[in-house]
Write a protein that binds this ligand. Structure first.
Ligand code: NDP
Ligand code: OXD
Length: 309
């Protein structure tokens, strides 16, 4: 009985150590040394090459190393019927809340302009409204969107959110579905994307969507590069429809050398690290779920494969 692990980052030793500490009885195998594949019951993976998961004949549960599962559902040969559990660790949520709060505040306070003034040696007031007069809109009111909304509500921003189904969240003007998108965008000055990547949300951040925002609105995308049409972001920045953008995710990752975002004066680039799963708490969640599975209890945080998240 073994768990196979895959990450694209150099964090394998940290994860191995976390599993050894917390569940020494569980055999932890790295992706490139799977051993006897018939012994693999659990997979904890990020971005596995398509077709490989199906070669583990006794796989019981697939755990996503991240909150997003598009990297799994895009596998046309994903083994049917094997439950998929996503990462919902509190540390992951905390990391995203920090990221969103940091960048909403940067946009709100026009920190980019202040830093440009400093570089130019210009002593110039940049006066901004206070938070209750700033309208922030969050696309996606799930685990991460709600947590970000709670943090921004504590700062008294004027908040709205958009989701697939209806929600009622105190302090957040809630919109949903295709009909709710227009009114949501019309009142959003700082747009935060925290949607899962699904066939419905792919390519949603387009010129047509930006045109529905008030002129000079700004964009923070910490969800997936597949949500955004990068040429449209550049055009909207050029026309002034968007005043600035903070992007953690890209159509191609790593962001290619020479991409206009790298040097754009009104784009902040972060390397898909808005929130990175912590090995200790992430391993704890997986180990608890393996115990639940072995006791025959239902698994929390199961992915709805049909909905795509
Ligand atoms: P959840 O599944 O908890 O929430 C998803 C939200 O999106 C829900 O509110 C859902 O609506 C809404 N949604 C889904 N489809 C649509 C649609 N077609 N139209 C409108 N709303 C829709 O996801 P999380 O909050 O946990 O995570 C969101 C995403 O963030 C992940 O999928 C991942 O891609 C990304 N992420 C990025 C990280 C980074 O470092 N950059 C780190 C972690 C996650 P409803 O409530 O009605 O179901
Ligand atoms: C995630 C991510 O989905 O890190 O958790 O992108």
């Amino acid at each position: 009985m073994a768990l196979i692990f895959r990450t694209e980052f150099a964090r394998l030793p940290l994860w191995r150590a976390a599993f050894r500490r917390q569940a020494p009885e569980l055999e932890f195998r790295a992706w490139d040394a799977p051993g006897d594949v018939a012994e693999i019951e659990f997979a904890l993976v990020w971005n596995p090459p398509p077709g490989v998961l199906r070669t583990f004949p006794n796989l019981k549960v697939i755990f996503s190393l991240g909150a997003g599962v598009d990297h799994l559902l895009s596998d046309p040969e994903l083994p049917a019927g094997v439950p998929i559990v996503r990462m919902t660790d509190a540390a992951l949520t905390r990391g995203m809340t920090e990221y969103v709060t940091l960048h909403v505040l940067r946009h709100h306070r026009r920190q980019r302009a202040l830093e440009a003034n400093q570089r130019a040696g210009a002593w110039e007031h940049v006066v901004t409204p206070t938070a209750p007069a700033r309208r922030v809109g969050i696309m996606g009111l799930g685990m991460l969107g709600r947590a970000a909304a709670r943090a921004l509500a504590a700062l008294e921003f004027d908040l709205a959110g958009w989701s697939r189904t209806a929600h009622d969240i105190a302090g957040v003007a809630c919109f949903h579905g295709p009909d709710g998108l227009g009114p949501f965008l019309a009142r959003t000055e700082i747009l935060v994307c925290l949607l899962p990547l699904t066939p419905e949300t792919e390519g949603i951040l387009t010129a047509a969507l930006f045109a529905q925002l008030p002129k000079g609105a700004s964009l923070i995308n910490a969800a997936r590069g597949g949500h955004q049409v990068e040429a449209d972001i550049l055009a909207a920045l050029e026309s002034g429809q968007l005043s600035e953008a903070t992007l953690d995710v890209f159509e191609t990752e790593p962001l290619p050398a020479g991409h206009p975002f790298w040097s754009h004066p009104r784009v902040t680039v972060t390397p898909h690290n808005a929130s990175v799963t912590d090995p200790d708490s992430g391993a704890r969640q997986v180990i608890e779920n393996i115990s639940r599975f072995r006791r025959g209890e239902p698994l929390p945080d199961l992915v709805d494969v049909k909905a795509g998240y």
